[in-house]
Design a protein around this ligand. Structure first.
Ligand code: GTR
Length: 333
C-alpha cells in the first residue's frame, strides 16, 4: 500500500479506537487470532487434543489469544507448514519430527530406525532433559516446542504381499516422508523409496504409482490407505514424536501470564492426545482387520535392525556431534 494512503487511513482508525475506548467499547485491538496447522481429519486423536488446546487458551486468556486449528493440511503440506510457522505466517502446529530433519538436523536422530524400543520409552525421553535438547534445537529455528504428542510405531503396508523378512521389501515402491534417512532406510531393504506428501499417498496407491507406504494404524485407517493396501506388516521400525509447536514471533508477543497459560494448555493437550492415541490404535486395527487387511507380526525384527547399521554408521560419520545424543537415548532403555 502506498505510504500516503496508509497514513491517511491510520488517522481515522486510531481515532475510532480511541473513541471506542473512551466510550467503554471493547475493541479487539489486542486480541490475537492464531492460525494452527494440522494434517489430520476431525475426530483424530491429534485433532481432538488440538481443539482442547485452542479452547483452553481462548478461555483462560479471556479471548486475548484465540487459536483456530485448520485440519486436513488445508494450509499446506508439512514441510511447507514448517516454513510458514518459522516465518510467523502460521502461529502454531502439530508437527512430526520426521520431515523436520532437513531443517533441524538434531531431530534426524529421532528418524533413525529402531532408535526407541517402545512408545513409552520415547515419551520418557521426550519429557525429560533429552527432549529439552530437541526443544532448544527447534527454538534456534524459530519453533517453540511446548509439548510432545505420540504417533505410535510406524510399519510397512503394501498392495502385494506380507513383509516377513527384509528381502520381502525388495523391488517394492514405497512412499516415505520427506527425509533422506527414510530413502536410505528403504534402500537398505532393497526397496525403492518415493518421498511424497501425505495427501498424495491414497491416489498414488490406487493408481499403482507406489506399491505401499509406512505409517501407524490410526493414519493407515483414517487416510483410507487400507482400502487399497491389504497387507500391513508390523515392523515397528520408527517411533517418532510430534510437537505442539508455536511460532517464535507469536510466542514472543505473549505476556508472561499468557505464555504460562499456553504452555499449560499444550501440556494438557499432550496428555489427552496420548490417552486418545492408545485407544485409537486398537480401534483402527479392528477397523482395518474387519475390512480384510491381513496384519502380520514380524517375528524377527533383528534382521531388519541389522540392515540399518550402515545408516547409523554413516549418520555418526556425518554428524559426530550427535553420537552422544544417540547413546544417551539408547542408555535410557
Ligand atoms: C502421520 C503423522 C503426520 C504425517 C504422516 C505422514 O502418522 O501424524 O504428521 O507425518 O504420518 O506420513 O506424512
Amino acid at each position: 500500500m502506498p505510504q500516503s494512503l496508509f497514513s491517511k487511513m491510520t488517522v481515522p482508525l486510531t481515532a475510532l479506537l480511541a473513541a471506542g475506548a473512551l466510550m467503554g467499547i471493547a475493541t479487539s485491538a489486542s486480541a490475537e487470532d492464531w492460525r494452527g496447522w494440522n494434517v489430520h481429519p476431525d475426530g483424530y486423536p491429534n485433532s481432538l487434543a488440538l481443539k482442547s488446546f485452542a479452547d483452553e487458551v481462548s478461555d483462560k486468556t479471556e479471548g486475548r489469544v484465540n487459536p483456530r486449528v485448520y485440519n486436513n493440511a488445508v494450509l499446506g503440506d508439512q514441510p511447507d507448514a514448517f516454513d510458514q510457522a518459522r516465518s510467523g505466517a502460521l502461529d502454531f502446529g502439530n508437527f512430526n519430527m520426521g520431515p523436520m530433519g532437513p531443517i533441524v538436523p538434531e531431530t534426524d536422530v529421532l528418524s533413525l530406525p529402531f532408535l526407541f524400543n517402545s512408545v513409552d520409552q520415547m515419551y520418557r525421553v521426550m519429557d525429560g532433559d533429552i527432549g529439552q535438547r530437541f526443544a532448544d534445537a527447534l527454538a534456534e529455528k524459530n519453533l517453540i516446542a511446548l509439548s510432545w504428542f505420540g504417533s505410535g510405531a510406524r510399519s510397512f503396508y503394501d498392495t502385494d504381499h506380507p513383509i516377513e523378512e527384509p528381502d520381502d521389501v525388495k523391488g517394492l515402491k514405497l512412499r516415505v516422508m520427506n527425509n533422506d534417512l527414510y530413502v536410505q532406510m528403504v534402500d537398505a531393504l532393497g526397496g525403492n523409496a518415493t518421498p511424497m506428501s501425505y495427501g498424495e499417498v491414497f491416489q498414488s496407491l490406487k493408481t499403482g504409482v507406489i506399491d505401499g507406504a509406512e505409517n501407524n494404524f490410526p493414519s493407515f485407517e483414517s487416510s483410507n490407505h487400507y482400502e487399497v493396501a491389504k497387507y500391513f506388516s508390523e515392523t515397528d521400525h520408527l517411533i517418532i514424536p510430534e510437537c505442539l509447536c508455536v511460532a517464535k514471533t507469536s510466542w514472543n508477543a505473549l505476556s508472561d501470564e499468557d505464555k504460562s497459560i499456553v504452555r499449560t494448555a499444550a501440556e494438557n493437550a499432550a496428555k489427552e492426545q496420548r490417552k486418545l492415541w492408545a485407544e485409537r490404535v486398537e480401534k483402527s486395527r479392528e477397523i482395518v482387520e474387519k475390512a480384510g487387511v491381513k496384519v502380520n507380526q514380524v517375528k524377527d525384527k533383528s534382521a531388519f535392525q541389522a540392515r540399518m547399521e550402515p545408516i547409523y554408521q554413516a549418520f555418526v560419520k556425518e554428524h559426530p556431534d550427535l553420537e552422544s545424543l544417540i547413546d544417551d537415548i539408547r542408555n535410557t532403555q
